[in-house]
Design a protein around this ligand. Structure first.
Ligand SMILES: [Zn+2]
Length: 344
C-alpha cells in the first residue's frame, strides 16, 4: 500500500468514485453519489473528521490530499450533472424534452399573394364582388365568346397550351373567360373582379413565365360609360401605387372591348423623369381596358340594347415587380426563402 503513511488510500477512493460516477445515467443516482461522497456523513466528511487523530506531521499532507480529491471529484460531478440533465430523458422516451425548444420558422407571403390581397381590398371597398373561373377552359370561353372566332388574327397574340388534338380544351391564356361566365350567371347590374393563374407558351426568362397571374374586372349596368371606367381605374391605381401617381390613357386594341385603352402610370421609381425601368419614357404601362364589345354581350346571352359595361385586365406579377422593385419574374416562383422573407 502506498499511501505515504496515511490511514486511507486516497487514489483508491478517487478511482472507485470515478467508476461509480461513470455508470450513472439518472439524476437520482447522481444525487445518491453526491451524498455518498460530499454529504454531511459522506466519505470526505469522515476522512476530514479523522485528520485530528493523525500524528502531527501527517495532518497537513492528509488535509491537502483530501482537498485535492474533493476538488477533482466535484469537478467531475459538475460535468456529469450537465450530461445527465440534458440526456436523462432520452433513456425513457427517446425524446429529450429538457432541451430548449427550437423556435419554429413561420411562413411568408409571396409578393403575388400580397398584391392580390391589396387589389381585392381596394375593389371590395368599391363594391366589387370577387369571382373565380376554371383554369382549364374551352375554346368558346377563352376565345370565341370574347369576339375571337377561329380565324381571328388576335388569337396570334396568345400562344396557347392546348390540351387535346382537336383544340377544344386549353389552359386559359387570360382571366377574361371569367367575364363570360359571370355575365351568364349574374343579374345585371353587377361589378366583379377575378384574380387567377393564366398560361402561355412563353419562355421562362427574366420577363416571361409560362404561368402568371392576372386580375380581371368587369362592371355591367344600364348607364356605365367610359367616365366610370376612368374613375374606377384612376382610383384603383392611386390606392395601389400612392395618391401622387399620374394616370395616362392611350387608345389601344382588344377584340373584346371597343373602344379600348392602354393605361399607364407615371414611373414610381423615377417619378416620371425617366429611368431604366420605364425605358426612359417616364411611364409604365399597367392595365388594358375598354368598353365591353356588343358582340361579347351577345355571346354571353345579353340581348338588351341599353346595357353597357367596361372591362379591364392587368398582370399581377407586373404590378408586384413595380411595387416591390423586383427585376426578374422568376423570383416569384423559385421559393427562395431569402427572397420571400423580404416582403413580410
Ligand atoms: Zn422611371
Amino acid at each position: 500500500m502506498n499511501n505515504n503513511g496515511l490511514p486511507f488510500d486516497i487514489e483508491k477512493i478517487i478511482e472507485d468514485a470515478r467508476n461509480e460516477l461513470e455508470k450513472i445515467t439518472r439524476k437520482d443516482e447522481l444525487e445518491y453519489w453526491r451524498i455518498k461522497y460530499f454529504g454531511r456523513k459522506g466519505v470526505f466528511a469522515i476522512l476530514t473528521s479523522k485528520i485530528p487523530e493523525l500524528s502531527q506531521h501527517l495532518r497537513p499532507e492528509a488535509g491537502r490530499k483530501i482537498n485535492e480529491a474533493k476538488n477533482l471529484l466535484n469537478e467531475l460531478l459538475q460535468q456529469k450533472k450537465i450530461i445527465v440533465e440534458s440526456a436523462q430523458t432520452y433513456n425513457d422516451t427517446g425524446l429529450n424534452y429538457t432541451l430548449t425548444g427550437l423556435k419554429p420558422d413561420y411562413g411568408y407571403f409571396n409578393p403575388i399573394t400580397l398584391v392580390s390581397r391589396d387589389i381585392v381590398r381596394i375593389f371590395q371597398n368599391l363594391g366589387f364582388g370577387v369571382h373565380t373561373g376554371p383554369e382549364i377552359e374551352t375554346d368558346f370561353y377563352n376565345f370565341e365568346a370574347l369576339n375571337m372566332p377561329e380565324d381571328h388574327p388576335a388569337r396570334d397574340m396568345w400562344d396557347t397550351f392546348y390540351l387535346d388534338a382537336e383544340r377544344k380544351f386549353l389552359l386559359r391564356t387570360h382571366t377574361s373567360p371569367v367575364q363570360i361566365r359571370v355575365m351568364e350567371k349574374l343579374k345585371i347590374p353587377f361589378r366583379i373582379i377575378a384574380i387567377g393563374k393564366t398560361f402561355r407558351r412563353d419562355a421562362f426568362d427574366a420577363s416571361h413565365s409560362p404561368v402568371f397571374h392576372q386580375v380581371e374586372g368587369l362592371m355591367v349596368g344600364y348607364d356605365i360609360t367610359f367616365s366610370n371606367l376612368k374613375a374606377v381605374l384612376i382610383f384603383f391605381l392611386r390606392e395601389l401605387f400612392g395618391s401622387n401617381v399620374r394616370v395616362r390613357f392611350l387608345p389601344s386594341y382588344f377584340p373584346f372591348t371597343e373602344p379600348s385603352a392602354e393605361i399607364s402610370i407615371s414611373c414610381v421609381i423615377c417619378n416620371g423623369r425617366g429611368c431604366q425601368t420605364c425605358g426612359f419614357s417616364g411611364w409604365i404601362e399597367i392595365l388594358g381596358a375598354g368598353m365591353v364589345h356588343p358582340e361579347v354581350f351577345l355571346k354571353a346571352g345579353i340581348k338588351e340594347k341599353n346595357i353597357t359595361g367596361f372591362a379591364f385586365g392587368a398582370g399581377i406579377e407586373r404590378i408586384a415587380m413595380i411595387k416591390y422593385r423586383i427585376d426578374d419574374i422568376r423570383q416569384f416562383y423559385l421559393n427562395d426563402i431569402r427572397f420571400l422573407t423580404q416582403f413580410e
